[in-house]
Write a protein that binds this ligand. Structure first.
Ligand code: KET
Length: 422
């Protein structure tokens, strides 16, 4: 039998040996990496002990008391799932097929003819981020060398695609001097993109600018993409958060499919279903026929299996329980609209408060923008000053998550913004 004394003697011996080996640590050259520009803000915020500190960084919805919000339809679906005492076996590599089917109907439309023809197929993904990463890898393996993204875009798009081995190129998107969409610049740049290139579009509620093309402009883009033979890729992370209506918010994607484009899409259920930590999403393609779409899905599985094997089950089950039940589905549409409405109320309040505290700058863009964010126009120095002086945390590009603005903190935020911008 091994005695306790023997184990502790071994322990002392190991300590002596490790002291000798310390100088040759395999980790000795590792440098401390910088904090992530969005998620890393939470860490900085945690360390701040100022009582009135406010964070409007990461795009995660809060209720008017500033608390994380679980949609009641999600709670109800969870309850039903618990009662079913489901098994916890591995999912397939492509995830939960029922979830994928319902998710595609949610994105592309219940009566999409391309969907009925079997030309749209996909896999469950580790939310939007995971879907983007698999897509990047997939197209690089199949000959793409670069991808075009709007300038600016969600910060993480760039390293996701670079890590997939793609060169990331940008097209004009935003006119900072007028706080508006630079549609002419966008068209001009897209005209110059080489045929066959993949171009990422935000399906709605563009992050970070909150400025989307109008439906007429989407139509022009669709025609241009066709003429230039470009390969559209939609990032649909905010379906329901732009107009409050998840069907309206899918208009750009559905228009492109109706116009005959062959494309890719990622859908995230983080924001609209509030399932952030459950990592629920879909990666899909519209192919020229069902066989082609099936071949693409088989290649997605080749990327997924050695990367993370298969996706988690619970969140996908929640979404499919909701989308498969008429009552829960209509609850979802209403509750999603409720979140979008609260954000819009806060947009008006923030603009009004800025005027009330005496700011003479024009803040109308805060009301004009849609989705989760206000792209305030504050520069990096002003953001850092707000952080140091007012303990108000937003991203360095001046993006404010409107989902974190509440009746209680809106005047505090307005004061801080005014103080650094007067
Ligand atoms: N696309 C866009 C445009 C996006 O804003 C996000 C997240 C994602 C994809 C990925 O989300 P996921 O949870 O992986 O489905 N944006 C917020 C959160 C983050 O940075 O991770 C944000 O910009 O705050």
């Amino acid at each position: 039998m091994i005695s306790k004394q023997f184990i502790s003697r071994l322990g002392r011996q190991s300590q002596r040996m490790s002291a000798r080996w310390q100088s040759t640590s395999p980790f000795a050259a590792y440098e401390m990496a910088p904090l992530d520009p969005i998620i890393g803000l939470n860490e900085e915020f945690q360390r701040d002990d100022f009582p009135q500190k406010v964070i409007v960084g990461v795009g995660a919805y809060r209720d008017d008391a500033g608390k994380p919000y679980v949609l009641p339809c999600v709670r109800e679906a969870e309850q039903r799932l618990v009662e079913q005492k489901l098994d916890m076996e591995y999912s397939g590599i492509a995830g939960d097929q029922k979830f994928v089917d319902l998710s595609l109907k949610f994105g592309y439309g219940e009566d999409s003819s391309a969907l009925k023809e079997g030309r749209i197929q996909g896999v469950q993904a580790l939310s939007g981020t995971g879907g983007l990463r698999v897509f990047g890898e997939l197209i690089r393996r199949h000959g793409q060398k670069h991808i075009y993204v709007p300038n600016p875009t969600w910060g993480n798009h760039i390293p996701i695609f670079q890590n997939s081995g793609l060169e990331v190129r940008k097209y004009r998107y935003y006119d900072a001097s007028n706080s508006s969409l630079d549609f002419d610049g966008m068209i001009k740049d897209i005209q110059d993109i080489p045929a066959g290139s993949c171009v990422l579009l935000h399906a709605c509620a563009h992050n970070p600018t909150g400025m989307d093309p109008t439906l007429e402009q989407w139509k022009q883009l669709s025609e241009l993409f066709k003429k230039k033979q470009l390969f559209p890729f939609f990032d649909a992370a905010y379906q329901g958060f732009a107009s409050g209506d998840a069907i309206l918010d899918a208009a750009s994607l559905r228009m492109f499919v109706d116009d005959g484009h062959l494309l890719g899409t990622i859908q995230s259920f983080s924001k609209n279903f509030g399932l952030y930590g459950h990592r629920v999403g879909t990666l899909s393609v519209v192919g020229s026929n069902a066989d082609e779409a099936a071949r693409v899905v088989s290649q997605m599985k080749m990327v997924i299996r050695p990367m993370y094997s298969n996706p988690p089950r619970h969140g996908a089950r929640i979404v499919s329980t909701i989308l498969d039940d008429p009552k829960l589905k209509s609850d979802f549409y209403e509750q999603c609209k409720g979140m979008a409405n609260r954000i819009n109320t806060m947009r008006t309040k923030l603009r009004d408060e800025l005027e009330a505290v005496g700011s003479t700058r024009n803040w109308d863009h805060i009301v004009k923008q849609i989705g989760m964010f206000a792209y305030s126009g504050l520069n990096k120095e002003q953001v850092m000053e707000m952080r140091a002086k007012h303990h108000l945390y937003c991203t360095a590009d001046g993006r404010i998550s409107m989902a974190g603005v509440t009746t209680n903190n809106v005047s505090y935020i307005a004061n801080a913004m005014h103080d650094v911008s007067k």
